[in-house]
Design a protein around this ligand. Structure first.
Ligand SMILES: Nc1nc2c(ncn2[C@@H]2O[C@H](COP(=O)(O)OP(=O)(O)OP(=O)(O)O)[C@@H](O)[C@H]2O)c(=O)[nH]1
Ligand SMILES: [Mg+2]
Length: 353
């Protein structure tokens, strides 16, 4: 399961700087002029996870395979983009293939960085949402229009939902925030709306407040403070230096870790692990995934032929130095088809092929 996240925001708010920081290298051009990014930058990031090294040491493998997340850094969007302002809104289609949106809002003061339409974080976020809503209204109107004489379609739940969506969007609501039934949520997917995507907000804060995330205040919801510039500088250090630096600042986690953690929370995801002589590996699954669904994340054959899962919790695995030690203590569980995976389960699947 590959998770893909689009980085969206006004021009010059630090999207490409954040993107480079996440990737740990300079990939995207990040300069002090608006509309610096035109074509989207795409990059894959390994999800930082200290547990993998611990597992690898226990099972004596040198191969570590972390989970990955893809980030897509897209062009800055301005008010009126839908009517051609700035670079227009054509590139919004770049968001369509992503699983979630990471909104970046400017929360840093540096007067030397040109402001392009940016006023305050709340207002900036609303400008972007308005542009996404306009794009979605285009899609809905197109559907309604092309089906207005289709007697069969007029009677469908899909058509009724489209009218409901249109009215919600026209009131300035995001599709994801509309009160829909489970049935409607399924049909909603057929419209591929941008505002139906789960989202979180990164407030790009001043360098001076990097380590002061406790006192960060905002009227926005689902937001994390990150200083893109400091994160980029951090990403250029070696892993050990980075850890020491964060420790000195009293920070537990880097911005990258916090952004990914937020993405996992927003999308309702969790990890589980496999650990053997071949490799120690992290896998990404939905929070409510059952054991066969988790097996399916590795290979669809594992899911179809699922017999059972042998599971030890990470804590038990570490405390007892691996599979054998945990087994001797009776800490290895045999779980069946209905078992709901817990975060940090170490798993071996039994299946028929
Ligand atoms: N002081 C300060 N400057 C920053 C920060 N983040 C980004 N900048 C600066 O802001 C300018 C714009 O950054 P970019 O990352 O190119 O912004 P962008 O959102 O990708 O811009 P477009 O691609 O033009 O939409 C650059 O000069 C960055 O160095 C920050 O946290 N603090
Ligand atoms: Mg950019």
């Amino acid at each position: 399961m590959k998770l893909s996240i689009a980085i969206v925001g006004l021009p010059n708010v630090g999207k490409s700087t954040l993107f480079n920081a996440l990737l740990g290298r300079q990939v995207a051009d990040a300069s002090n002029y608006p509309f610096c990014t035109i074509d989207p930058n795409v990059g894959v990031v390994e999800v930082p996870d200290d547990k993998l090294q611990v597992l690898a040491d226990i099972v004596k493998t040198t191969k570590i395979v972390p989970a990955i997340v893809e980030f897509v850094d897209i062009a800055g969007l301005v008010k009126g983009a839908s009517t051609g302002e700035g670079l227009g809104n054509k590139f919004l289609t770049n968001i369509r293939d992503c699983d979630a949106i990471c909104h970046v809002v400017r929360h840093f003061s540096d007067p030397s960085v040109v402001k392009e339409g940016s006023v305050d974080p709340q207002g900036d976020f609303e400008v972007i949402c308005a542009e996404l809503i306009i794009k979605d209204l285009e899609s809905i109107d197109k559907y309604l229009d092309s089906n207005k004489n289709n007697a069969a379609e007029l009677k469908t739940k899909k058509f009724a939902l489209a009218k409901n969506l249109k009215s919600g969007l026209e009131q300035g609501k995001l599709a994801i925030n509309l009160d829909l039934s489970d049935d409607e949520k399924l049909i909603l997917k057929e419209f591929f709306l941008l505002t139906a995507k789960p989202y979180f907000i990164v407030a790009n804060v001043d360098e001076s407040t990097y380590a002061d995330t406790q006192n960060f205040k905002t009227s926005l919801e689902n937001v994390i403070p990150v200083c893109a510039k400091t994160e980029f500088e951090l990403s250029e250090l070696s892993l050990d230096d980075r850890k020491n630096y964060l420790k000195e600042l009293g920070m537990e986690k880097s911005g990258l870790e916090r952004v990914i953690q937020k993405a996992y929370e927003t999308l309702g995801l969790q990890s589980f692990y496999t650990a053997g002589v071949k490799e120690a590996r992290a896998w990404t699954i939905k929070k409510d995934a059952t054991a066969p669904e988790a097996a399916g994340a590795i290979h669809t054959d594992f899911q179809h032929g699922f017999i059972m899962a042998e599971i030890v919790s990470y804590a038990d695995f570490v405390a007892n130095n691996g599979w054998e030690g945990a087994k001797v203590k009776g800490l290895l569980r045999h779980e069946g088809k209905t078992y709901q995976m817990h975060p940090d389960d170490i798993v071996e699947f039994r299946f028929n092929v």
